[in-house]
Design a protein around this ligand. Structure first.
Ligand SMILES: [Zn+2]
Length: 59
């Protein structure tokens, strides 16, 4: 998932690394314009088209 640089607001930038921890996904980015690095954590359920059960256990 792409994201815009929080420093210089350019984008969208592709993540250089992506990891999934349970229901959370962490994407790591490195801005090609200013070199700023950042990570974004997202709840996977919020980005799933079909709503997941509230108490779904991690696979
Ligand atoms: Zn930047």
């Amino acid at each position: 998932m792409t994201d815009n640089c929080p420093e210089c607001c350019t984008g969208p930038n592709d993540p250089v690394a992506s990891r999934t921890y349970g229901q959370q996904r962490t994407d790591t980015y490195r801005c090609p314009h200013c070199g700023h690095g950042w990570t974004t954590r997202r709840d996977k359920a919020a980005y799933t088209p079909t709503a997941a059960p509230a108490h779904q256990t991690a696979a």
